[in-house]
Design a protein around this ligand. Structure first.
Ligand SMILES: [Cu+2]
Length: 266
């Protein structure tokens, strides 16, 4: 009994080792597996939900594998030369239908709750419009009359500490602990505005406004990429969001307002 328990703990240990505890980062790292560090309430819930699902799925895999091994060993031809003619068992069939239904129902409730949380923006304190173009982003802060383009930095302009293919010339700046509403659309084809650490990914569709939101609790720089195949330079229109204190955000607003408003897209 003791050794059986040990074996079980070992197998669950492997499952949890593979769970997202390992890869904590707000940007992609070499050999990273699983999620970046969650910094918004939505991403917290995605992270927890993923772990719950992994536990349920892992348990099902173990249970089914154990049953298979049991049947293979217990009913092998050498031990059972005359197999049982049983073909139906009503109770058993009801049980193995009902249990998966209950498992699915158990998963459905938190899943729908999470979808609703991602979909409905709580009272927004800041609105940013993200317009996808082939192949860069245009950002507007409608309440502050700011509009600028954000282009990927070419390799020869990357400075130390910056990431190749992920850094841009104009970052999106947002204050921390603020409900930020992202309204996204496109000027040409379908793009997708996505930042993994925020748990945000929304398609930018021409002629349509899609909405999503985030509330970053930690200052830092967060990286994302266009996540809808949009043409030859799809991989070269990254998204960089800098989360700063309210004071620094106000300074940034002032500097942006006094700067000449140059943009070509959207
Ligand atoms: Cu794109």
């Amino acid at each position: 009994m003791r050794t059986k328990m040990r074996a079980f703990q070992f197998l669950f240990g492997i499952i949890f080792f593979l769970s997202p505890f390992s890869g904590k980062a707000d940007y992609p790292r070499p050999w990273q597996m699983y999620y970046q560090e969650p910094v918004t309430p939505v991403m917290d819930h995605i992270y927890d939900f993923h772990r719950t699902l992994l536990f349920i799925e892992g348990s099902i895999v173990l249970l089914v594998a154990a049953l298979l091994i049991f049947v293979i060993v217990r009913f092998r031809a050498r031990k059972n030369p005359a197999p049982s003619p049983t073909s139906h068992n009503t109770l058993l069939e009801m049980v193995w239908t009902a249990i998966p239904v209950l498992v699915l129902a158990f998963i459905a409730f938190p899943s729908i709750k999470l979808l609703y949380m991602m979909d409905v923006t709580p009272k927004a304190q800041l609105t940013i419009k993200a317009i996808g173009n082939q192949w860069y982003w245009t950002y507007e802060y409608p309440d502050h009359n700011i509009r600028f383009d954000s282009n990927m930095l070419p390799d020869n302009q990357i400075k130390a500490g910056q990431f190749r293919l992920l850094e841009v010339d104009n970052r999106v700046v947002v204050p921390v602990n603020t409900n930020v509403r992202i309204i996204t659309t496109s000027s040409d084809v379908i793009h997708s505005w996505a930042v993994p650490a925020f748990g945000v990914k929304r398609d930018s569709v021409p002629g349509r406004l899609n909405e999503t939101w985030f509330n970053v609790r930690k200052e830092g720089v967060y990286y994302g990429q266009c996540s809808e195949l949009c043409g030859v330079k799809h991989g070269f229109m990254p998204i960089v969001v800098e989360a700063v204190t309210q004071d620094k955000f106000n300074q940034w607003l002032a500097s942006k307002k006094s700067a000449p408003q140059t943009h070509k897209g959207g």
